[in-house]
Write a protein that binds this ligand. Structure first.
Ligand SMILES: Cc1cc2nc3c(=O)[nH]c(=O)nc-3n(C[C@H](O)[C@H](O)[C@H](O)COP(=O)(O)O)c2cc1C
Length: 327
């Protein structure tokens, strides 16, 4: 393909948006292959976590989020496109392809979501005690629904059940030395283009806080170091579980598309989000959560939603390091 297409055309817009996707521990488990009429998204096996990522669920969710960002950014820039998930059974590493389909006329919502791609960031700080209005909850649920997934906002009773599973899963994971070592290896002081900078890790919740957050600091803290000050988190957290109608890789990648669509709608409305996926990463709690959700589908991840001081964006590997060109 021509040099212009590779640097300023739709492929460039797509890849630059794709790399802004969220990923567990910011592993960025993706690579891109630019075609004449589209861009392939490949799951990078070398960046799939070995511990705490139930069979690559997190990597598939991340690749789905990449596909969503690419579609949203292309549409906002006036390029029509079509997304195909797992298009080639003979190439399982090919998570999806985005093909350019000609000009598109973006509406105001397309442009708002396109602008949210670069601003979206995980917000691990406490949120204000201000409820998420029902109209916005419905808008978020509609975003998931439109992608073939479901966003289940938990009732107070369901939240108690979820919080208990979260505590158990978090405790179980924290007891696993391999998991702790892997988490430590992906946490750093801000000198790398991947992994989670300690500054993005968020404050330690006060004892007795309902929701157990993944502790990015624990693995690096030395035994005699004084603990950082604990902060109070919101009293009535808003937690939503994203579910699918099945639990195959196709369902997971599609759930990743839905996840990012939900996060972009949230960002565009000034709503923050952080992840609470630990119950999905331990088999017993994942099965219990599935049972608790009943017929509402297979859980893929969980989000804490609320209003707060926005989180800072984290680094990504440069486009040149993750892109190759066909032919
Ligand atoms: C599947 C998945 C699981 C994640 N799990 C957690 C988590 O347990 N705790 C957390 O604070 N962030 C979690 N994250 C958020 C990532 O750490 C975050 O996306 C990454 O560091 C990049 O930062 P950004 O989202 O601000 O762009 C998760 C993200 C994904 C996609």
């Amino acid at each position: 393909m021509g040099a212009r297409d590779a640097t300023t055309g739709p492929a460039d817009i797509a890849v630059r948006a794709g790399i802004r996707a969220p990923s567990q521990h910011n592993t960025q488990p993706w690579r891109f292959r630019v075609l004449g009429d589209g861009v392939e998204v490949l799951r990078d096996a070398g960046r799939v976590l070995e511990h705490g990522d139930d069979g690559g669920r997190g990597a598939d969710l991340a690749c789905g989020a990449v596909l969503c960002n690419m579609r949203v950014a292309l549409t906002a820039a006036g390029y029509g496109c079509a997304v195909d998930v797992l298009p080639d059974g003979g190439r399982p590493e090919l998570a999806g392809v985005v093909r350019f389909t000609g000009p598109a006329r973006p509406g105001p919502e397309d442009i708002a979501l396109g602008a949210a791609v670069a601003r979206r960031a995980t917000n691990r700080r406490p949120f204000a005690d201000r409820p998420v209005p029902p109209s916005l909850r419905h808008r978020l649920a509609a975003a998931a629904d439109g992608e073939g997934a479901r966003l289940v906002v938990l009732s107070p009773a369901e939240l108690d059940t979820f919080a208990a599973l979260l505590r158990r899963a978090d405790h179980e994971l924290a007891r696993d030395a391999d998991y702790r070592a892997e988490l430590a290896a992906w946490t750093h002081d801000g000198e790398r283009p991947d992994g989670v900078p300690a500054s993005a890790g968020g404050p330690r919740p006060e004892p007795g806080t309902l929701l157990a957050m993944r502790d990015f600091g624990a693995a690096r803290r030395v035994a005699d170091e004084p603990p950082t000050a604990a902060r109070a988190f919101e009293r009535d957290p808003c937690v939503a579980v994203l579910t699918s109608t099945g639990d195959t890789r196709r369902h997971r990648i599609t759930a990743g598309i839905a996840l990012e669509h939900v996060l972009l709608v949230a960002t565009s409305r000034g709503l923050g989000a952080s992840f609470l996926p630990q119950p999905l990463e331990v088999e017993s709690t994942r099965l219990e959560l599935t049972t608790a959700l009943g017929r509402r589908g297979y859980p893929q991840t969980a989000l804490r939603l609320g209003y707060g001081y926005p989180g800072a964006t984290t680094p990504r590997r440069p486009v040149e390091d993750v892109t190759s060109y066909a032919g």
